[in-house]
Design a protein around this ligand. Structure first.
Ligand code: ADP
Ligand code: MG
Length: 443
């Protein structure tokens, strides 16, 4: 039977167009597409990964109406610059009532399972990083009027960003974009998140045969996502009153927001009114890119917010120990090139440090992140030993995977197998086709 398809592709290259868009996704095989086998967590629909034009794409097969909605929401999230997978195509298969949603594969990201599976059992500090990242993502979405509707660990991907994790929305099937969200909508979304996160953590604990005694603790941790969310939301939205002489307080608040990575776009101090002679502070807060922006200004380096934070601290400590460079004026640049102390730091500290760290980790992830790992591990080991242990010791710890278990650098274990994406074997392809819509579980 001949099938037809209605294609909408944002980058219609020859390789993309050549894919067998008229076929059901389970019928794709390696004679017609360069398939890459990858383990995903629990999912409702069949998701497969294809290499074309030198990149990797995720293709999800789902009912037509839902697919169109998801495509539209993902495009909307992209326009708002929110952390979500990027939709690049929607293919309708009317005869089958299906659609294929194509998203760009999110590089260097992984499912929470991969991290929790690879860490020694019961590391609440590591889970806290995941949960912080999710609370932060939900706040970002809500600030932009996006109701997720199905926020769960399985619908989130994580990537590393300095000592923090960045959470990405991957499944927007139930999402809606509004002008703003009511407190009721936010509360509902948050409730869904807490419930799903508790469920996700428990499922994994059961699957891994973890002792029942930790179940309560897991549920408790999931519940604590709500206050994390609330305090962040509150900080970004409260409108405190200040006396005119308390302007220093205003500066302190701005600094606090900056420390959390929020760049402040506008500060508005207006009379509180009705007989109150204090001022009401409203702060317009932009994206979480305060340190990233600073580092770019100073050094022309574009990295993640969490990475920029670490690098700026490293630069500052370099400058503090090289005062002679900071006082030098750049003879040529006239402000358009990094200052001499910054250039020197890049050449003598950052570049060699990045390449040494990257090598010692086994070329996993990216060199900037590897350098952030080196900084963190050196700091933690030095703290443990009460003296500066130096780079060599920290590099050795990274190379032998003996970094402190609760360190952010430990997450490198989750990245390990994202780097090599093997072509599937014939048996794997056949098995995937037989499974049809069955979920692939990452164990
Ligand atoms: N663009 C992408 N990049 C990386 N992984 C992806 C991408 N899209 C989907 N995945 C993986 O596939 C899984 C299932 O995708 P999801 O959209 O949640 O499907 P479902 O609607 O079936 O739940 C995700 O949890 C994720 O691991
Ligand atoms: Mg999903």
């Amino acid at each position: 039977m001949a099938y037809s398809a209605d294609l909408r592709l944002r980058s219609p290259s020859a390789q993309m167009l050549a894919l067998p868009w008229e076929r059901r996704l389970e019928d794709w095989d390696d004679t017609v597409a360069d398939l890459r086998e990858m383990k995903v967590g629990p999912s409702r629909h069949l998701v497969r990964f294809v290499q074309a034009d030198g990149r990797l794409w995720a293709i999800k097969q789902l009912p037509q109406r839902v697919a169109h909605k998801e495509y539209t929401v993902l495009r909307d999230l992209e326009a708002r610059n929110l952390p979500a997978v990027r939709a690049v195509g929607l293919v309708q298969q009317p005869e089958q009532g299906n659609a294929l949603l194509v998203t760009r594969y999110l590089e260097r990201s992984w499912q929470f399972r991969r991290l929790l599976l690879r860490l020694p059992p019961n590391r609440p500090r590591q889970r806290a990083r995941l949960l912080d990242a999710m609370a932060g993502l939900l706040v970002d979405l809500h600030r932009s009027g996006v109701y997720w509707g199905d926020c769960s660990l399985a619908n989130t991907l994580f990537s590393r960003d300095g000592q923090r994790l960045q959470a990405w929305l991957v499944d927007a099937e139930t999402s809606e974009v509004h002008r703003t969200l009511s407190p009721g909508q936010r509360a509902q979304d948050l409730e869904i998140m807490v419930e799903n996160v508790a469920g996700g953590l428990l499922d994994l604990a059961v699957m891994l045969d973890r002792p029942e005694e930790i179940y309560d603790q897991l549920v408790q941790e999931a519940t604590e996502v709500a206050p994390r969310y609330e305090s962040l939301w509150q900080l970004l939205h409260e409108e405190p009153l200040f006396g005119f002489d308390d302007r220093l307080e205003v500066q302190l608040r701005i600094r606090r927001l900056n420390e959390l990575g929020f760049a402040v776009e506008e500060v508005d101090l207006a009379p509180a009114g009705s007989g109150d002679d204090r001022l009401r502070l409203r702060v317009g807060v932009a994206a979480r890119s305060y340190h990233a922006g600073e580092l770019f200004e100073l050094a022309g380096i574009r990295v993640g917010e969490g990475q920029a934070r670490e690098l700026l601290a490293d630069l500052q400590s370099f400058q503090a120990t090289h005062p002679e460079l900071t006082s030098e004026r750049d003879p040529v640049a006239g402000g358009s090139l990094p200052a001499p102390s910054v250039q020197r730091w890049i050449e003598t500290v950052l570049r060699p440090g990045m390449s040494r760290a990257y090598e010692s980790i086994g070329r996993i992830g990216d060199p900037v992140q590897a350098y952030c790992d080196l900084l963190e591990v050196r700091w933690l080991l030095s703290e443990q030993q009460g003296r500066d242990v130096g780079d060599a010791v920290a590099l050795e710890a990274l190379a032998s995977r003996s970094q402190p278990t609760d360190s952010a650098a430990m997450a490198v274990v989750a990245e390990a197998d994202t780097v090599t994406m093997e072509r599937p074997t014939r048996e794997q392809v056949d098995a995937a086709s037989r499974r049809g819509l069955a979920a692939q579980i990452d164990v």
